[in-house]
Design a protein around this ligand. Structure first.
Ligand code: ADP
Ligand code: MG
Length: 254
C-alpha cells in the first residue's frame, strides 16, 4: 500500500467560514479513491486545493513525496496531477479531434519556439499526439464523433471527451469532481467504464461523486467528508452501515 497523494490537516476559509477544516486522507497509487459527503462538506474545495487552483490556509499536500500545496495549478499539472471540473470544459467550436489535440499542448509558447528552430521533433510530437488522440477516442467510444463540433455532444459524451482529453498528457493521477454531473442516466455505465479504464491504464484516480452506487462500483477506498473534515473511511459497503456516515448525511443537532 503506497500513498501517492497525502493530504494532511488541510484548511481553507472563505471569509469567516471554514470550507475545509483539517481534512486528512490518502490516495493509493493505482487505486480509485472516493470522496463523498453532503453538499457543502468541502469536497470541491479539497479538489481545488489539491490541484493548485486554491492555496490552503494551512496543512500539507504531498504528491509522490513532494510538497505541492504552494504550487500553482500549471506546476501541479506538470508533475502529472490533473483535474476535471464539475462542468466539462471543452472548446465548444472545436471538433472532438481538435479538442484532443489542443489538450496535448500545455506549453504553446515553447511549442512555437520549437517549431521555428526544431521543426522535425515538433512534427514527430504532433504525429504522436494524433496517434494517442485516436487511441483514446477509440477507447472512450468517441471515434465516430471525431469530426463533430464539441458543442453538439450530449452531457455524457462531453464527459467522455473530457476524460479522453485529461489523459492526453499521460497524467499519473486525475481528480474528478462529480463525473456524473450533467450525464443522462443512460450514459452512466459508459462513464463508469471510462473511469475503470483510467485505472486499468495505471492512472491513480480521486473522485468526488454523489451517486453512491457508482462510488461502490468504482472505488477501492472511500472517505466521507462533513463540515470540512474527513469523518469516516472504508469501502463503500462498509460505510453503508457506519453510524458516522448516517450522521454526516442526515446532519446533527449541534
Ligand atoms: P461540496 O463540494 O462538498 O459541496 P464545497 O467545497 O463546494 O462543498 O463548499 C464548501 C463550503 O465552502 C460551502 O459552505 C460553500 O458555500 C463554501 N464555499 C465554497 N467555495 C466558496 C467560495 N469561492 N467563496 C465562498 N464560499 C465558498
Ligand atoms: Mg462540489
Amino acid at each position: 500500500m503506497t500513498a501517492v497523494l497525502e493530504v494532511d490537516e488541510l484548511t481553507k476559509h472563505f471569509g469567516g467560514t471554514a470550507a475545509v477544516d483539517g481534512a486528512s486522507f490518502q490516495a493509493e497509487r493505482g487505486a480509485i479513491t472516493g470522496l463523498i459527503g453532503p453538499n457543502g462538506a468541502g469536497k470541491s474545495t479539497v479538489v481545488d486545493l489539491v490541484s493548485g487552483l486554491l492555496r490552503p490556509d494551512s496543512g500539507a499536500v504531498r504528491f509522490d513525496g513532494h510538497s505541492i500545496h504552494s504550487l500553482p495549478m500549471h506546476m501541479v499539472s506538470r508533475r502529472g496531477l490533473l483535474r476535471s471540473f464539475q462542468v466539462s470544459r471543452e472548446w465548444p467550436r472545436f471538433t472532438v479531434m481538435e479538442n484532443m489535440l489542443a489538450a496535448a499542448i500545455d506549453q504553446p509558447r515553447a511549442a512555437i519556439w520549437r517549431a521555428i528552430f526544431r521543426p522535425g521533433p515538433l512534427r514527430r510530437a504532433q504525429e504522436r499526439d494524433a496517434v494517442r488522440a485516436r487511441v483514446l477516442l477509440e477507447e472512450f467510444g468517441l471515434m465516430a464523433m471525431r469530426d463533430e463540433v464539441a458543442s453538439t455532444l450530449s452531457g455524457g459524451q462531453k464527459r467522455l471527451l473530457e476524460f479522453a482529453r485529461l489523459l492526453m498528457p499521460a497524467p499519473r493521477m486525475v481528480l474528478l469532481d462529480e463525473p456524473l454531473a450533467g450525464v443522462h442516466p443512460m450514459m452512466i455505465d459508459r462513464v463508469r467504464d471510462a473511469i475503470l479504464r483510467m485505472k486499468a491504464r495505471g492512472v491513480t484516480v480521486l473522485m468526488v461523486e454523489h451517486n453512491l452506487g457508482m462510488v461502490e462500483q468504482c472505488c477501492d477506498t472511500v472517505y466521507v467528508m462533513a463540515f470540512g473534515r474527513v469523518v469516516a473511511t472504508g469501502t463503500m459497503s462498509e460505510l453503508r452501515t457506519n453510524e458516522l456516515v448516517q450522521e454526516a448525511y442526515l446532519g446533527t443537532d449541534d
